[in-house]
Design a protein around this ligand. Structure first.
Ligand code: C2O
Ligand code: CU
Length: 562
């Protein structure tokens, strides 16, 4: 992540060799100065701009006291699982004073993704855009943009996020909510003391801008809109979609969306806000605030002197905080482009079916702790098929590769709920989860269908589930309990959206399909960080195939040790 890769709005020199120094830096937001963990001293972190087909060698050197690892969110990592990054899943974290070279090739992907720390809550400040341009000479399947602008949403705490999560896990209660949302690290004028700390996008009239939207917030899905402008959605999670126009987009943590913004044909005598605020379905407290950036038309040169005059200001109208009907409609509009050049290779047949319940639950208060702040004196937990995932203290991929998995994980993650119940009805009295390190083992090239069912235990809630190592197709979704006899008839096997993170609808279900063509151990978890911390995570082991090019390669020599 050297500085020549960074921070201009136009395309930059591509270098496959980047360096990242994890280090501390003082940053002031909301009139509050604190020392945060950064990459190369930048917040948000540097942009990585690569091209489809590039091999990236990224050396990450840890100069802080915390253990760290970096995940290249959405990169398929074909046979390069060692470079995926989730701590204790594909690698032990990089310890203080050590470094690790992430080595991977970007195959068959182009678009907007991002990178972030993948341990504890360090991704609250350690994140940045990962932009993959099409191969040289290959155009976008839409109007060539005049400029490309990454817009990365984040979440800011005045306190230390590591203290917040460790306190929450100790008390068993919900974590303190963030103090602000940010656009490119800046909270903007709707917060106290932040008027100058605003992201400003200067535009010219009658041009097309490609906004590369990334939600790197920890715990909130976000609505985003630009006053008096329409957005044309052209890509989701680095896969082209059938273009459609909308005033507002919805973006969950872990998701990315490219939109085209066409500026007004003539210089408007006005300034426009672009704002984002949360889409909320859960019962807990949340940060009910709004980040604003400013879209400003650069006045034609002859009127430059007039720019000091106060222009009228327009603000967008965002949907209500709990507008699930917007969420559903928006999700249904997303369709794969599905052209000859960019086909939707949806598995038409299925080898393995899975049905996972997704939701919150509780653990008993530990005996030496009398004051648990979770529901009814318990500790909050979260689970998949009622199993709250217990992190191992060595890396799962290493134990799998070396054939020493016994005692680290068991290969018996249940394909279905052990005790079926009315998932979206009156919640059961017993909300306790079980705890364990269980994985699903899949033969190479299995065609997998997975239905993820939200539960009403402790309240229905939308959960953005993220799968490492694969894109999947979102073949169906609905409300209430999934009906195995009826619902599959409605599945879209023609042009479903292909992505790496999907919202399990609040009080509903979503069905995805993917081809398990990538050997390794692949994490799957809710991208709401607090739910991951509470155990809403699991993993898939994909076995080697028979052919030499279907096998996981051996680990690199500098792979960190636990
Ligand atoms: Cu962006 Cu495992 O996460
Ligand atoms: Cu969740």
């Amino acid at each position: 992540m050297s500085s020549n890769l960074c921070c201009s709005r136009v395309r930059l020199k591509i270098s496959p060799n980047v360096r990242g120094r994890i280090k501390l830096r003082n940053v002031t937001r909301l009139c509050h100065t604190k020392s945060i963990i950064t990459v190369n001293g930048q917040f948000p972190g540097p942009r990585i701009i690569a091209r489809e087909g590039d091999q990236l060698l990224i050396k990450v050197a840890n100069h802080v006291q915390n253990n760290i690892s970096i995940h290249w969110h959405g990169i398929r990592q074909l046979r390069s699982g060692w470079a995926d990054g989730p701590a204790y899943v594909t690698q032990c974290p990089i310890q203080t004073g050590n470094s690790y070279v992430y080595n991977f090739t970007i195959t068959g992907q182009r678009g907007t993704l991002f990178w972030h720390a993948h341990i504890s809550w360090l991704r609250s400040t350690v994140y940045g855009p990962l932009i993959i341009l099409p191969k040289r000479g290959v155009p976008y399947p839409f109007t060539k943009p005049y400029k490309e602008v990454p817009i990365i949403f984040g979440e800011w705490w005045n306190a230390d996020p590591e203290a917040i999560i460790s306190q929450a896990l100790q008390t068993g209660g919900g974590p303190n909510v963030s103090d602000a949302y940010t656009i490119n690290g800046l909270p903007g004028p709707l917060y106290n003391c932040s008027a100058k700390n605003a992201f400003k996008l200067k535009v010219h009239p009658d041009k097309t801008y490609l906004l590369r939207l990334i939600n790197a917030a920890l715990n909130d899905e976000l609505f985003f809109s630009v006053a008096n402008h329409t957005l044309k959605v052209v890509e989701a999670d680095a896969v082209y979609v059938k273009p459609f126009e909308t005033r507002t987009i919805l973006i969950a943590p872990g998701q990315t969306t490219n939109v085209l913004l066409k500026t007004k044909p003539n210089f408007p005598n006005a300034t426009f806000f672009m704002t984002a605020r949360p889409y909320v379905t859960g019962q807990g407290t949340f940060d009910n605030s709004t980040v604003a950036g400013i879209l400003e038309y650069e006045s034609p040169s002859k009127t430059k002197n007039l720019t000091t005059k106060r222009l009228p200001l327009f603000k967008p109208n965002l949907p209500a905080l709990n507008d699930t009907s917007f969420a559903t409609k928006f999700g249904n509009k997303l369709r794969s482009l599905n052209t000859q050049q960019f086909p939707a290779n949806v598995p038409q047949k299925v080898d393995k079916n899975f049905f996972f319940t997704i939701g919150l639950g509780t653990n008993p208060c530990s005996p030496n702790n009398q004051t648990c702040q979770g529901p009814n004196g318990t500790m909050f937990a979260a689970s998949i098929n009622n199993i709250s995932f217990a992190m191992p203290n060595t890396a799962l991929l290493q134990s799998h590769f070396s054939g020493q998995s016994s005692g680290v994980y068991s290969p018996d993650f249940p394909a279905n709920p052990i005790v079926p119940f009315n998932y979206t009805g009156t919640p059961p009295n017993d909300t306790m989860v079980s705890n364990g390190t269980k994985l699903v083992v899949l033969p190479f090239n299995s065609r997998v269908e997975l239905v993820m069912q939200d539960t009403s235990i402790l309240g229905a809630e939308s959960h953005p589930l993220h799968l490492h190592g694969f894109n999947f197709f979102v073949v169906g979704q609905g409300f209430g309990n999934f009906d195995r006899n009826k619902d599959p008839k409605m599945f879209n096997l023609v042009d479903p959206v292909e992505r790496n993170t999907v919202g399990v609808p609040s009080g509903g279900w979503v069905a995805i399909r993917f081809l398990a063509d990538n050997p390794g151990v692949w994490f799957m978890h809710c991208h709401l960080e607090i739910h991951t911390s509470w155990g809403l995570k699991m993993g898939w082991v994909v076995l080697d195939g028979k052919l030499p090019n279907q096998k996981l390669l051996p680990p690199p020599a500098d792979l960190p040790k636990c």
